[in-house]
Design a protein around this ligand. Structure first.
Ligand code: MEV
Length: 316
């Protein structure tokens, strides 16, 4: 029996364009967001497996349903190693706000998968990491496109199309991204299901909106390639209007998107699953990003982050 303490880390993510449409095979752009991160520590402790995280502290078998994806992966990995599911404890520290469209569930799963492989001294390939992460994501989100697991595990900006080889690309734009947290938990699973129902009951209109979101994601990629922040801002705002019509925005997100636009943002939209969670705004320079960030906080945002897109670094 080893007595090692094992650690696994993972970062958060931001979807710039293409959420929801990506479930239907349209392209999406997602960027790693290292300012938000998760650390899982596993250590030897006699007795039943214990889990200590934001949602729950206690024995693994008593964890609430919201952690089902994570607990299933822990059980399946341990079984695949032919190890006993006992005599260790798992501690998860996360500064990714949960259920805010920042990839918290994928990040928690990925940090924990890395820690488990380390704890049991097994080599972990990238393919295995992704496969396990998607086992968890399927339980958490029902019908995930796989974008969250892909971006969190690979930590590179991706132009992502479900089922296609990953397409990393260099993201250098003379602009800043402001992320605003509504403070309200998003509902990715319900939002994905809502979109599915809308398409089922209103096939033509639903499909047209998904199609348009795909075209906007392609246009966003072109705007980034030619370093045209104004154009990227415009397509972001157009995407938000469609996402709102698809039923995945809400008053809290629309309020922050309007506050950003009223205060000089080049564009603004929700990010991730929606129905709460986070929004993003594009600013032309750092001064404008700070200004928008303050306005978002004055308008009720619980937290904001600013990221320079020019040098791929997170400034706050
Ligand atoms: C969630 O971060 C992104 C969605 O498009 C769902 C998915 O792609 O699995 C809403």
């Amino acid at each position: 029996m080893n007595n090692k303490t094992a650690v696994g880390n993972a970062i958060g993510k931001i979807i710039l364009m293409g959420e929801h449409a990506v479930v239907y095979g349209k392209p999406a752009i997602a960027i790693p967001f290292p300012v938000t991160k998760v650390k899982t520590t596993i250590y030897r402790k006699r007795g039943p497996v214990l889990l200590d995280c934001f949602y729950y502290k206690g024995i693994l078998s008593g964890a609430p349903e919201i952690l089902l994806g994570l607990t299933q992966v822990i059980k399946d990995i341990t079984k695949s190693f032919k190890e006993e599911l006992e005599d260790f404890s798992i501690n998860i520290e996360s500064i990714i706000p949960p259920e805010r469209g920042m990839g918290s569930s994928a990040s928690i799963a990925i940090a924990t998968i890395r820690a488990l492989y380390d704890f049991f001294n097994r080599p972990l390939t990238y393919e295995e990491l992704l496969r396990w992460a998607n086992v968890s994501e399927k339980i958490v989100h029902g019908n995930p496109s796989g974008i969250d697991a892909a971006i969190v595990s690979g930590e590179k900006t991706l132009y992502y199309i479900k089922g296609k080889p990953f397409m990393p690309f260099e993201f250098k734009l003379n602009a800043y991204l402001v992320v605003g947290d509504t403070g309200k938990e998003g509902q990715t699973k319900a939002a994905v299901e809502g979109v599915r129902q809308l398409i089922e009951f209103n096939i033509e209109e639903g499909r047209a909106m998904i199609e348009e979101l795909g075209i906007l994601a392609m246009s966003a990629k072109n705007s980034i390639t030619i370093n045209n922040a104004e154009k990227l801002g415009q397509v972001m705002t157009k995407a938000h209007i469609i996402l709102d019509r698809l039923g995945v925005s809400d008053d809290s997100l629309n309020l922050l998107v309007s506050a950003a636009m009223d205060n000089g943002a080049l564009g603004a939209k929700l990010t991730g699953g929606g129905r709460g969670g986070c929004m993003i705004a594009l600013a032309s320079d750092r001064e404008q990003a700070d200004y928008i960030s303050n306005k978002l906080l004055n308008s009720g945002a619980q937290n904001t982050w600013i990221s320079s897109l020019g040098v791929d670094s997170i400034d706050k």
